[in-house]
Design a protein around this ligand. Structure first.
Ligand SMILES: [Zn+2]
Length: 174
């Protein structure tokens, strides 16, 4: 299977301890962490091996395997994606073999999804900016000074504008 070479290199380069630590787990003195793969593991049943024995094993739910298995399960990735993620997150710069079709299309798919999310965020920003403009005009032209009473749109604008302004500030350039 293409990508096996990369997987082998990753297993040679990384210990389970390094991997779980990068993703925010802190093994106790005995090398145990709370298992992210079953609920209610308050005392920490997942043993992280370091040194001559590699990998990890949860004595609570029986899950276990290599560092790649850990990343696959933690992030819901395929084998190939998990290898690429580890390679990238640890800056290993491993190439393995040429990426397989499956790996390339997984990367393309991830990039496409990212672009879609960006586009959706931009559309939402435009929508909120338009709403902000409308309310800003309502506040200006429907003010009680001009129309002689509290127009409902004016009241709405007074309530929503600060919230919208804050949101637009937070999300600018996203
Ligand atoms: Zn478990």
């Amino acid at each position: 299977m293409p990508g096996n070479d990369l997987a082998r290199q990753i297993k040679e380069h990384l210990t389970a301890r390094q991997v779980v630590e990068l993703y925010g787990f802190h093994p106790d003195r005995g090398g145990y962490i709370q298992c992210p793969f079953h609920t209610g593991d308050n005392h920490g049943s997942l043993k992280v091996y370091d040194g001559s024995k590699t990998g990890w094993h949860c004595f609570g739910c029986g899950a276990g395997g290599s560092v790649i298995d850990f990343v696959m399960r933690l992030f819901g990735l395929s084998f190939a994606q998990a290898c690429l993620k580890l390679n990238c997150d640890f800056g290993l710069g491993l190439t393995g073999e040429r990426p397989s079709m499956a790996e390339r299309s997984a990367l393309l798919e991830a990039r496409r999804r990212e672009a879609q999310e960006k586009e959706a965020a931009a559309a939402l920003y435009r929508e909120k900016a338009a709403e902000y403009r409308q309310l800003w005009e309502a506040q200006k032209f429907l003010s009680p000074d001009i129309v002689g009473y509290i127009h409902p749109l004016y009241a709405e604008a007074a309530k929503k504008l600060p919230v919208l302004e804050w949101w637009l500030d937070q999300n600018i350039g996203r």
